[in-house]
Each structure stands twice: as C-alpha cells, then as structure tokens.
Design a binder for this molecule. Structure first.
Ligand SMILES: C[S@@+](CC[C@H](N)C(=O)[O-])C[C@H]1O[C@@H](n2cnc3c(N)ncnc32)[C@H](O)[C@@H]1O
Length: 284
C-alpha cells in the first residue's frame, strides 16, 4: 500500500511539474527575480537606506532632486483652484507632501489642502513622520501617513482624490499597470495623476556622462555615507530598467487617463534632458 501511495504521489507530483507554469519574473535592478520576491527585496533596500535617505538624495544629486521636486509641485499648482485632496504614493519621507502643503499655503493662503502620504515601507514613513513633527502641519488634518502598497490600495475608496502624485517610486513597484489602475480608481473624475521619475536620456553625450557618473559615483557614495553599496547599485540599475517616456505614457493611457501628445511637452516633460521626467494624465 505504502509503495502504491508513494508511486501515486510521485506520479501526481510529476504531473503537476509537467503542467507547472514557468515562474514569472520581473526586473530587480539588472537581475530578474520571481515576481513574488521583488516587493520584499525592494523593502529591504528602503529599510536599509531610510535613515540616510534625505542626506543621500542630496549627496548623489548635488541637491538637484530638490529643484526637480520644486518644479514638479509648481507645475501642479496645488491650491490654485481651492483646497485639494491629495495623495502622495510611495511618499517615503514626505518630500512631495511637504512641498504641496507649503506651496498651497505660501501661494494661495490655503490651509485646507490635505495630503495622505502612502508608502509600503514603515521605516521611510517613520522618517517622514519625524520630519513633519517639526512643521506646522503636525497634528492637523492636513497630513496623514498610511502604510500601503501602491498596487493594492483597497483602504482608499474610489473617486476620492483631486491629485495623485508619485515621485521616484513607481519604478520600484512590481506591476506598473496595477499601480496605474489603482491611481485611476481612487482619483475623482477630473483628478490628475502626476509622476516624477528617472527616465531615458536621449542625448548620447549626456547619456554617456550620466551613465559614468551614476554607475561609479552613486554606489561609491552609498558605500561611504550609508555603508550600503548594494542598495544604491539597485537604485541606479532600476532607473535603466524603467520604460522610456513614450512607453510609460502609453501605459498611463492604457489605464484610462487622458494624456497630451506623445512628445516632450505633451504627455511628459523632460527635466535635464530626460534624467528625470514628469508624466501626467487626467481621469475623465
Ligand atoms: C526613492 S523613494 C522616493 C520617496 C519620495 N517619493 C521622494 O521622492 O523622496 C521610493 C519609495 O517607494 C516606496 N515603495 C516601493 N514600492 C512600493 C509599493 N509597492 N507601494 C508603495 N510604496 C512603495 C519605497 O518604500 C520608498 O519609500
């Protein structure tokens, strides 16, 4: 009996193996990893960099990320048409959220715009919370922090937000179409999706210089300032695996958003020749 059971079990394992689908893989930097593992690997990266994240951003970009983020928020003009309900996804330490609230207050005397900061990583959110404690927004309804996965945001109801921002976050997500689908669901009709992300540099000279800088200096700075070369190596590699501007714009359209024409200045706006790019879409 036992032998038969063993043989039957063996046969069924063999059958299920012969029908087994090859495991789906996704990029994690330059490696391909099983789809279900990427989220944890990304979490480890951001656990490791959280306490140094703001310092490292300044060091690796010579502070340029601040200009890009200022331009990004300026292009959105939060508060211009009255208070807005915003969500900043993959919001990390709250860089974009703080800019949105400051912009609305300083330009339009608006103290009613709100931002929900959502991120999958509790350590990054903790840094953001600490930072907001030093601001006038702490303990007000203007800001709230949520641990949430951009790909599955069921804690946020449909048609809720006027503005959805995601900065330097979407390339870390396992499924970009799932992120876009959720963004579309939680935005109100007329709501704006806005993404700031590293993108494709089209000028060959700039591209070569940028590659040399990013593949040598950024991991080196990561080692010197945070003791973690691998995390910064991943961050650089993940930039190169992100879809180029027209491909990402198409994904935004496929998710149901209206975009401009597929050119720089239309569906997207390149900053610094495409080192970073802003993509926008409107939910109709
Ligand atoms: C490079 S940081 C950007 C943080 C911030 N937006 C900024 O511009 O400084 C990327 C962030 O994406 C978050 N993230 C990665 N995968 C995510 C996911 N599936 N859902 C939500 N956040 C995610 C990470 O935890 C990290 O805080």
């Amino acid at each position: 009996m036992l032998g038969l059971a063993r043989r039957t079990q063996g046969a069924s394992v063999a059958r299920s193996l012969s029908h087994a689908q090859p495991r789906r893989t996704v990029s994690f930097g330059f490696q391909n990893v099983p789809e279900e593992e990427k989220q944890n690997l990304v979490k480890n990266v951001f656990d490791s960099v959280a306490s140094n994240y703001d310092l490292m951003n300044d060091a690796t970009s010579f502070g340029v990320h601040r200009l890009w983020k200022d331009n990004f928020v300026d292009s959105l003009k939060p508060g211009r048409k009255g208070p807005m309900k915003c969500i900043d996804v993959a919001g990390g330490t709250g860089d974009i959220a703080l800019r949105i609230l400051d912009y609305a207050r300083e330009k339009y005397a608006d103290r009613e715009t709100t931002v929900d900061v959502a991120d999958i990583n509790g350590e990054m959110l903790k840094e953001g919370y600490k930072r907001f404690k030093k601001t006038m927004y702490h303990n007000t309804p203007q800001v709230a922090f949520h641990e949430a996965n951009a790909q599955e945001m069921s804690q946020f109801p449909d048609n809720t937000y006027d503005l959805y921002t995601i900065a330097f976050g979407i390339r870390n997500c396992t499924s970009i179409p799932d992120v876009l689908k959720e963004a579309h669901r939680i935005l109100k009709p007329g709501g704006v999706f806005a993404c700031l992300e590293f993108s494709r540099v089209n000028n060959p000279i700039l591209s070569t210089l940028y590659d040399q800088y990013s593949f040598t200096m950024i991991p080196l700075l990561g080692t010197l300032l945070s003791g973690d070369r691998d995390a910064y190596q991943y961050l650089v590699e993940s930039i190169r695996r992100f879809p180029p501007q027209p491909e990402f714009a198409k994904m935004i359209r496929d998710a149901g958003f209206t975009t401009g024409e597929f050119v720089d200045g239309g569906a997207w706006t390149d900053y610094w020749g495409g080192i970073a790019t802003v993509h926008k879409g409107v939910k109709l």
